[in-house]
Design a protein around this ligand. Sequence first.
Ligand code: 13P
Length: 318
Amino acid sequence: MARSDPRDDVLVLAHAFSRPEVQDFADVVGDSLELVLAACASDCPFLVVAGVHFLAETIAILVPDRVVVHPEPLAQCAMAARLTVAGIEKARARYPGVPIVTLVNSPAAAKAVSDICCTSANAISVVESLGVSRILFAPDRNLAAYIATQTGVEVIPVPALGCCPMHQALSPDDISNLLALHPRAELMVHPATAPAVQALAGFIGSVPALIRRVHMTDATTAIVGTDTAVLSRMRRLAPHQILVPASHLMSCPDMRMTTLPSVRDALRTREPVVRVDPSIATKARRAIERMLAVTGWNLASGPEFDSAGEKVVGKMPA
Ligand code: 13P
């Protein structure tokens, strides 16, 4: 029987780096952690994930009783693709007994051989929860350096040069040029940017933290160093702010692969479905669940709306 509304039994989740029109169409918009939590909190049997593969795969691992549809299976993550199980095993052999913390921005097989996962939003609390003086961290060397500055923990990046190409491409020169034009602006950047860029920033934070900061800063102009797709959402939430992209080149090509027509096709056909080898999924799930337990986010409370009425997310930590 035909469904009366193709969205009756489906939740559309869009990463904050998706095209603005895809974000507008989605039921939930957020960073990786927010989308994972919203998927867990929802009871929809179908989940359409507008984002890159690792995100759809992570959600499929966490909710194996649901059908997870990824409209653009070729939308991968260049940083995740460079992380291999062999690379992790080599690092483990070199640093025996040192725990490995792996971003959700990674293949399931890498998560399966990791101790715990994290995202850019909860990396500090996850690392601090381990109570150790040294960790291996995959696959973003910039985030690794940021964690080291915030925690005092020695953070060894795996692989040594892994990074998000879009965030890495932002240079100190880009910033200096913009600060010359906007001398009173506050520079706020994602921790996946290079340390030399972070050193110039007044604020460093994950996407939700950057969005909150735009609300809170006293500066009337903010230079924002993350994917430009986040700025359109910020503009709606903080219309009084002058928001300047740190670089117009900050646009993840894989995130932009998902278009409104491809989401609509996925809603109609419920394809392509994400499938994960069950033996890998079981082990990967352990590392992801350990992350969720550490952050103490309330999986039962479901998606909520923020103070501006914007569709977002699961629960923020108290
Ligand atoms: P977060 O959503 O955890 O900030 O990750 C950003 C990213 O690069 C997604 O591909």
